[in-house]
Design a protein around this ligand. Structure first.
Ligand SMILES: [Zn+2]
Ligand SMILES: [Zn+2]
Length: 297
């Protein structure tokens, strides 16, 4: 397989079993993929049995895929002033990190959450302690815990790169890194649509977080305008960031180094598809993906 960068893929469904995600990734021409192994709106854990795990690993190896990231459930909120919710969030992330280890996945992406009015500074030490607890309790060796920047809304945490940087700093662990979502950045005022805006955003990423702490990009165009604070993803080239914004971002070797995962609606609203994978590949100057027929198992 080519060592061209960036590796490009998308979020895919695990309906029918985690091994089905591999088929779905292959179908859209992905080199890397992301999943919600459990329903994103519930705390229900996944009982992954060894037989399914074996099928998954075999399919993954055969497909020549290059990476798998898990996306934590949306209920996770390490900044909550409610102790029981923080405890539940830590438990859920520990479970996900352990799932990621068993799947030999690369990381678990989570949203920093909301302080619900208590304020960022007040909740920061609690977040650092919670992240350290996840790393220690999960006792994993491989997956990274990835803080995703937020689009920004009431009580939002991590809508600025400063806040994301301070969360990572507060965790004081080399297992905690960053996932940069292009739509969330645009919604929170980072103008990744223009050359000046891209240059500014990348220099802020470098200065505050450091590219050695950037592990993943979520590649999403934006249905809403710059600074809207609204989380609405558009297909690549159809939104306010536009193909030019992605070309500008992808021109930088420091961001091409990490995998890019689409979380866009897709042409038929079924999620990331081959059309969008290939639009992003075109922005990166890469030839279209030629997905092979998925082998029947
Ligand atoms: Zn996310
Ligand atoms: Zn995202």
């Amino acid at each position: 397989m080519s060592a061209e960068r960036p590796l490009i893929g998308g979020h895919v469904s695990t309906r029918g079993g985690i091994d089905k995600a591999v088929d779905n990734a292959q179908r859209i021409g992905a080199e890397v993929f992301q999943t919600h192994p459990t329903p994103a709106q519930t705390w229900t854990p996944l009982r992954l049995d060894d037989i399914v795990l074996g099928v998954y690993k075999e399919k993954f190896a055969r497909a020549g895929l290059r990476g798998h990231y898990l996306h934590a459930v949306y209920l996770v909120n390490l900044a909550s002033p409610k102790a029981f919710l923080v405890k539940q969030s830590v438990g859920s992330l520990v479970h996900y990190m352990q799932l990621a280890e068993r799947l030999e996945a690369d990381g678990v992406v989570f949203h920093p959450g909301s302080h619900l009015g208590a304020g960022f500074e007040a909740m920061l030490p609690q977040m650092g302690a919670a992240l350290r607890e996840v790393v220690v309790r999960s006792a994993t060796t491989r997956p990274l815990l990835l803080v995703e920047n937020s689009a920004g809304s009431g009580g939002c945490i991590g809508c600025s790169l400063e806040e994301v940087a301070r969360i990572v700093e507060g965790a004081a662990s080399d297992r905690v890194a960053v996932c940069f979502d292009t739509q969330h950045a645009f919604a929170s005022g980072y103008d990744v649509h223009t050359a000046e805006g891209v240059a500014h955003t990348l220099s802020e990423l470098d200065r505050l977080i450091g590219f050695d702490h950037l592990a993943l990009v979520h590649a999403n165009d934006s249905r809403r305008e710059l600074g809207s604070n609204v989380d609405r993803h558009a297909n690549i080239g159809d939104g306010e960031i536009g193909s030019e914004g992605f070309r500008l971002l992808l021109a930088d070797a420091r961001v091409r180094r990490v995998p890019w995962i689409l979380e866009v609606p897709g042409e038929t609203q079924d999620g990331p598809d081959l059309v969008n994978v290939n639009r992003l590949r075109a922005c990166a100057g890469r030839p279209p993906a030629q997905p092979e027929a998925v082998a029947a198992v």
